[in-house]
Design a protein around this ligand. Sequence first.
Ligand code: BGC
Length: 757
Amino acid sequence: MKQTLLILAVLAGTTVGRAQNKKTMDKNTIGQKVENLLSKMTLEEKVGQMNQYNGFWDVTGPSPKEGNAALKYEHLRKGWVGSMLTVRGVKEVKAVQKIAVEESRLGIPLIIGFDVIHGYKTLSPIPLAEAASWDMEAIQNSAKVAASEAAASGINWTFGPNVDISRDARWGRVMEGAGEDPFLGSKVAEARVKGFQGNDLASPLTIAACAKHFAAYGFAEAGRDYNTVDISNATLYNTVLPPFKTAKEAGVRTFMNSFNILNGVPATGSSFLQREILKGKWGFDGFIITDWASIREMVAHGFAKDGAEAAEKAVEAGADMDMESHLYIAELVKLVKEGKVSEKLIDDAVRRILRVKHELGLFDNPYKYCDEKREKEIIGSKANNDAVLDMAKKSIVLLKNEGNLLPLKKNGQKIALIGALAADKNSPLGSWRIASDDNTAVSVLEGMQQYKGNTLVYEKGADLTTGKTTFLDELVFNTTDRSGFEAAKSAAKNADVVVMVLGEHGFQSGEGRSRTNLDLPGLQQELLEEVYKVNPNIVLVLNNGRPLALPWAAENIPAIVEAWHLGTQAGNAVAQVLYGDYNPSGKLPMSFPRNVGQVPIYYNQHSTGRPVNSDNNVFWSHYMDVEKTPLFAFGHGLSYTTFKYGEPKLGKKVYAKGEPVKIAVNVTNTGNYDGKEVVQLYIRDIAASLSRPVKELKGFELVSLKKGETKTVTFTLTDKELGFYNNEGEYLVEPGIFKVFTGTSSDNVQEAEFELK
Ligand code: BGC
């Protein structure tokens, strides 16, 4: 027996050894091929590889005037373009690839980038919603589906995942990330990178991923997009960087830098971020793309006097490819010839870009992503629709369910469905859906119509917006038309249960969509209160891309379902949850404030010196007008069943440094439904050389529990979870007392304690 095991182990070792050898060999051959090609390239051609142009239609940012199509074609022919973005569809991709490969001197293939943020054509929930599932397998699969659709459309690189941590719901791009927590954010980053890239980057079903926006873009002051970021290095290392580091460790092949300045230096011109940390300490050997025109924007930031200086600073700082500033192509050759930029820096950037193109298999077959048959088969398939429906159900969070109003009875009920968003087939598609057709989501109305046992009456109540609702337009919410209120109220009066779908339009969060109010826009709050007067039996279904502040609803409305922007299958997912065909298990990845004045609000805050009202006077850390706790805490989310937690049990009271700390907790399903629960583990390092947060998530597990079933969930804490970074970027694990907390949300836990010696 022992011998067999030994042989197996040796064989396994040889296989691993062989696989590693193959990897190194592949790398070497790629390395050799890259060097060989590089030696043939003119300086202009090298700089060309560092130049990325937008395609000829969809624009996702302000375009430079000189960005006309004729010039782009000319540059493609000269081999002065390394990549294009937002070109999509086999026909279109083939057309530009053909010019690069067949008409340019060296025939270097383009890498084709696209914002595959939450699905390609078949849309999954917005990333913040997916993060609410806390289900890494589902998130990985969702990214895999998105990658396969994008790849089938000729694309081989996504500008995702967005791994920006943010604590500010005013910032519209919180919809693109995984919320406020670096631990959850890191797990999600890893799942998405693995989902997009798979095990084989050269497969025609996978695409290269891009961790963005490097770094600290989510900390924009006042939540205003593109705004200044000023944070300590400790916050940078402990909160902002972990998901990026995890993405790197998961093998992400590209990074995108960011628009913001960080402590005075634009991220695009930051050597500290790009050269010292990413390419230096972390040893990242893929390439960095700038964000849209972010090199040029360094002039507006007051960091470069003109475009030439901006290009010089960006390349020095380690930005390898220029997205739509058109400055590398305009300036770099001259800068090298003048001796201002070393050609070595150019070579390094080009090597990185060519390497990733090789890994994608583009040199073996530049048209490998361009198969019309595959395009027809994969995009919008039944399997993909099933996958996004599954993800959508898992993303829903039950915030409140007083008196078990939910799930709805399936027969003999009169249901009034109210709200413009209830019938909207466009808004659920969210903000990043360039490849999808408008009005292709299943609406909540359509989803609920599938349940025939009840009588369903729909009334809009009021329009949400008065202007255009597109990716490029500012949304206008100054609706004053209340003429639909009466019909809505009378439908409500005659109903057993009222379902109101309210919230933000899909284009109300996302890039450039910051808000100073986190309420229900337009007439929706008024409509809600009017309907409540005639029938308080209301299920409020929220559609939103960020935490909202809804104190009145939280106080008065018996059932609240957080349904975000759930993508193509939104309405089916919502209906299945409302009718109990799916028992929700989502948990909030971001704290919901009581009002906007509390923002930024996040659970892993530091303690003040006056955290509680010990002296019974005014001099403690609080607000005079509102409690300081959130309305709904990070990690909160209910189920149709109930769970009872035991106390966290530790093996010992004292652990030596380096010894794994094991924590066990019993969880029992005490309710009437089978269900799933995200069991959460937090820690607090009681006293350290830098003040540590009052709670930090360090483990979670999604467990399925049948009615009456108990499971023991075990967590292990190691140095990786117990330490922290100081302001110099050093990782420290300090002895002392630690608290551990286990429970159902960040504000509902039981605690235990141990000492690290
Ligand atoms: C965004 C990026 C995006 C790029 C290309 C920029 O405006 O910040 O996240 O990938 O446009 O569309």
